[in-house]
Design a protein around this ligand. Structure first.
Ligand code: PMP
Length: 395
């Protein structure tokens, strides 16, 4: 099979999984009305499959800041942070992230994907080890591959398995980077950070925590799982994204280690790409301010999350192990997931469909993401619709 035939075979496999005309992946959003509503085809749908946890995509403060930045600094930087793309706004945002976490310094990347690629490949290299959770996001896997370090996986959130692997590493634990996530994006559960930190210290490793889904969601001021567990100072590197609670695009790494700055000179995903646009940086700075004083948003987000989690549990669905803004409905097979996904869309509700091999352990998921802008009425409608569809799925 030549290269193009291989792509044809992959397309055929995808088509076999999805009935004709059902564009579940990359569905076109025709118009976007607010952080909870959009038009798909001729339907006005309720958005329940975004990462817009604090619902800030239309926050006037962020929109005004972005407008002002375009007017004064133009549409793009047209260059790398290491060349012509290092504006005041980028440096100010780095200082604001460092202040937010009360850490020594931070680096802003162009996406969260690149933050993981750039940080991981900057810290470890050939001969080193990365010990990662089996459910890690693709950006973590890709960062590990780019680094050339030896990749060892432990079973998702299984501390006995993690310790077994640490014991086997012997002296190599000194050059081992452990990687975990604050909230896992597939099942919505949190890392057992207290145990991870205990093992990291016992075996003298370095720890990176990706707070992509937990920034703005967990912790008194929204720093994430490290803040919730009182362990910010114990985590060596925290990475995250602007594309979820901060409602824009970009990524960051914060650390107390002075060596973080060195990544700017070695990390290809930092050096060889254009820096975020002025509008992106300005809206992110405004969103970070809202996030820090956003306790009412976090409260509403959790109220919505708990309400939907309990409604879906009562309806009989099997859910991810822990309530939170990411609520994964676990189905036995892709057909059930598709039927549910399609049924929801017919009731004007958009959620994410995740089929094997993308979901962990060959599962099929219908994943809901709740946000702070959802009204009680919207959440209740979603709960009632899931309840109504249950017999169609498990007949
Ligand atoms: N880490 C995790 C855990 C993620 O889920 C994502 C995005 N889905 C990223 C990193 C990458 O973030 P970005 O969208 O900013 O590239």
């Amino acid at each position: 099979m030549n290269l193009l035939e291989k792509l044809d075979a992959a397309a055929a496999a995808r088509k076999a999984l999805l009935p004709a005309g059902l564009g579940a992946f990359g569905i076109p959003i025709e118009e976007i009305y607010s952080s909870t509503e959009a038009r798909i085809g001729d339907r006005r749908v309720l958005l329940l499959g975004t990462n817009n946890y604090l619902g800030l995509t239309f926050a006037p403060e962020c929109i005004q800041a972005a407008h002002a930045a375009i007017d004064s600094e133009g549409t793009g930087t047209t260059g790398s942070r290491m060349a012509n793309g290092n504006y005041n706004g980028h440096r100010a945002l780095e200082q604001e992230f460092a202040d937010f976490y009360q850490c020594r310094s931070s680096i802003v990347f162009t996406t969260g994907y690149q933050a993981n690629l750039g940080t991981i490949s900057g810290i470890v290299g050939p001969g080193d080890v990365v010990l990662i959770d089996g459910d890690s996001h693709a950006s973590i896997y890709d960062g590990c591959i780019l680094s050339g370090a030896d990749i060892i996986r432990f079973k998702h959130n299984d501390m006995a398995d993690m310790e077994k692997r640490l014991r086997r590493l012997g002296e190599r634990t000194h050059t081992t980077l452990i990687i975990a996530e604050g909230i896992y994006s597939m099942l919505g559960d949190q890392a057992p950070l207290v145990d991870i930190v205990r093992l990291k210290n016992a075996y003298n490793c370095t720890l990176l925590l990706d707070e992509a889904h937990s920034l703005g969601v967990l912790g008194e001021t929204g720093q994430g799982l490290a803040e919730k567990t009182g362990l910010v100072k114990e985590v060596d590197f925290i990475t995250g994204t602007f594309s979820k609670s901060l409602s824009s695009i970009g990524g960051y790494c914060v650390s107390n280690h002075p060596q973080l700055d060195q990544l700017r000179y070695v990390s290809h995903p930092y050096i060889f790409t254009a820096s975020p646009s002025p509008a992106t940086i300005a809206s992110t700075r405004a969103a970070l301010r809202l996030l820090q004083k956003g306790n009412n948003l976090r409260e509403k987000l959790w109220q919505n999350s708990l309400q939907l989690y309990s409604q879906l549990t009562r309806a009989g669905y099997t859910l991810g192990p822990e309530p939170g803004p990411v609520i994964a409905v676990i189905l036995d097979n892709p057909e059930q997931a598709l039927t549910l996904w399609q049924g929801l869309l017919e009731h004007d509700i958009y959620v994410n469909l995740i089929l094997p091999p993308a979901a962990p352990e060959g599962k099929s998921l219908v994943r809901c993401s709740v946000n702070a802008a959802h009204t009680d009425k919207q959440i209740d409608y979603v709960g009632r619709t899931f309840t109504k569809l249950y017999p169609n799925i498990f007949q």
